[in-house]
Ligand binder design. Structure first.
Ligand SMILES: *Cc1c(COP(=O)(O)O)cnc(C)c1O
Length: 462
């Protein structure tokens, strides 16, 4: 399998180099040169083995199957639930897919526990060391840190927007006792952090000197690893040959829902993809108006979705442009300069309308949904999951089977959950002493030169 850039000018790479590169050298995102067809499998196959089966075509020729199986087994042994991603029924034709049983309590663990292990495997084989630089709106950082904390060949710098993430999220990053991990509080928003990371990658000299790499959701391997649970959810529901199963996905960067689109493209029995947004509703507005316009970020109760530029949308845009990288590059650069991206009615009618639904959700709706689920099912859900449930409620037909992705453990956003229900969710046992552990933080201004100086001082090649 080879990978091409969505902007058409970066070299075609194999899986290992795509993994290590993160962003393509032309600023685009890597996608497989073609989409294989993957059949549904047996619901009794353990998650780790199913993951290795589903990901096999994407690493073919680079990682032997036995190695892939053992990397997956190792990665998913860190999950507290033996099913890894169990389903929970919440009404007729409605389920939650619990993706928060990993070490840092958010769905990003599913991809990042795997990625940390694949990185170390590939780097060890190539005799290389790299510096992973990433931006986080909260959950990516802790999940990435947990994924790579034991890697011998990786230094990691994670930028997060100071004061804009929850205390649990921050502490999960700043209390990890691993000398290769550096958490940086930036005076700015998540998009500022992401722009700093992108600028470092676009500086070819800097990127080469420090062997920069990324694990945020622009990395193909993350999108790939997330495809797995769309397949396994349908298999667990024994819905392989029955009515297609729709998925409702609380969305920020469009990474998770893109994985659902890919699962559908690969042959999974996926129906609609329902995109849930909080007040940062660039995607909902796009679905309504066929135009993407960026505005400023508003802080909400679901901070991991406080994003105004959904980077992974570029991968879908590339498909909408019939895989014309130069056309995609022109559109993205127009969006960067004018803040506006328009697709044609034909593109919208072919790619968006038949598949995607979208719904925005205020903080008030989020709290009401958390309270409602608690009253009806005696269940605590986190605010991101609640956004997904609101979107399900307004976009799905009663007889349409819908799986809403439960993307975080309620204890990760305990304040909002307590506000809605009066009940404070408790952290799982392994995180019981989190609030009393010592924190290690570097504070930096929203300034590229300052951030580059810091990265240089800790880089894997220093
Ligand atoms: C990251 C995150 C999201 C958004 O996922 P994207 O892939 O950015 O769309 C939703 N919920 C939680 C809890 C997250 O951590």
């Amino acid at each position: 399998m080879k990978y091409v850039s969505t902007r058409g000018e970066a070299p075609t790479l194999g899986f290992n180099d795509t993994l290590l590169a993160g962003l393509a050298s032309d600023g685009g995102l890597y996608v497989p040169e073609s989409w294989p067809q993957i059949g549904h499998g047996d619901a009794n196959v353990p998650f780790a083995q199913r993951a290795a089966q589903i990901m096999a075509p994407f690493v073919a020729g680079e990682i032997p199957q036995a190695t892939l199986v053992s990397l997956c087994k190792d990665a998913y042994s860190t999950f507290r639930d033996p099913l890894v991603a169990p389903l929970r029924e919440v009404g007729e034709n409605r389920w939650l897919l619990e993706l928060f049983h990993g070490p840092t309590l958010a769905f990003k663990d599913v991809a990042l526990q795997f990625i940390g292990r694949v990185f170390d495997h590939v780097l060890q084989e190539q005799g290389r060391r790299i510096t992973v630089v990433g931006a986080t709106s909260g959950d990516t950082g802790s999940a990435a840190i947990d994924g790579v904390k034991a890697c011998r060949n990786v230094e990691m710098v994670i930028l997060y927007p100071k004061g804009r993430i929850s205390e649990v999220q921050r502490r999960q990053m700043t209390t990890v006792d691993a000398p290769n991990v550096h958490a940086v509080a930036v005076e700015g928003t998540f998009d500022d952090c992401q722009d700093l990371v992108k600028a470092m990658f676009n500086d070819a000299t800097f990127r080469e000197r420090h062997q920069l790499s990324a694990v945020n959701s622009i990395n193909w391997a993350r999108v790939m690893a997330q495809v797995v649970y769309y397949f396994t959810a349908i298999e667990q529901l024994h819905a392989v040959d029955s009515a297609p199963v729709s998925f409702s996905v609380p969305t920020g960067n469009f990474g998770n829902v893109l994985s659902g689109w890919i699962a559908r493209r690969l042959g999974a029995n996926v129906g609609h993809l329902i995109v849930g947004s909080n007040s940062n509703d660039i995607l909902t507005r796009f679905f309504e108006t066929q135009t993407m316009t960026s505005t400023s970020v508003v802080p909400t109760l679901s901070p991991s979705m406080d994003i105004q530029v959904s980077s992974n949308f570029e991968r879908l845009l590339f498909e909408m442009n019939s895989r014309d990288g130069l056309a995609t590059a022109r559109q993205i650069s127009g969006f960067r300069s004018s803040g506006k991206l328009v697709v044609t009615p034909e593109q919208f009618g072919t790619w968006i309308r038949p598949t995607f639904r979208g719904q925005r959700c205020s903080d008030g709706d989020t709290l009401a949904m958390i309270a409602n689920v608690h009253a009806t099912h005696g269940l605590l859900v986190d605010p991101h999951t609640a956004v997904g449930l609101v979107a399900t409620q307004s976009c799905a037909e009663p007889d349409e089977p819908v799986v809403t992705l439960a993307t975080a453990h309620p204890a990760k956003f305990a304040d909002a959950v307590e506000r809605a229900t009066g009940v404070r969710p408790t952290l799982p046992e392994h995180l019981g002493d989190l609030m009393s552990r010592t924190e290690r933080i570097t504070d930096l201004p929203n300034d590229l030169a300052a951030v580059q100086r810091f990265v240089a001082s800790v880089s894997a090649t220093r």
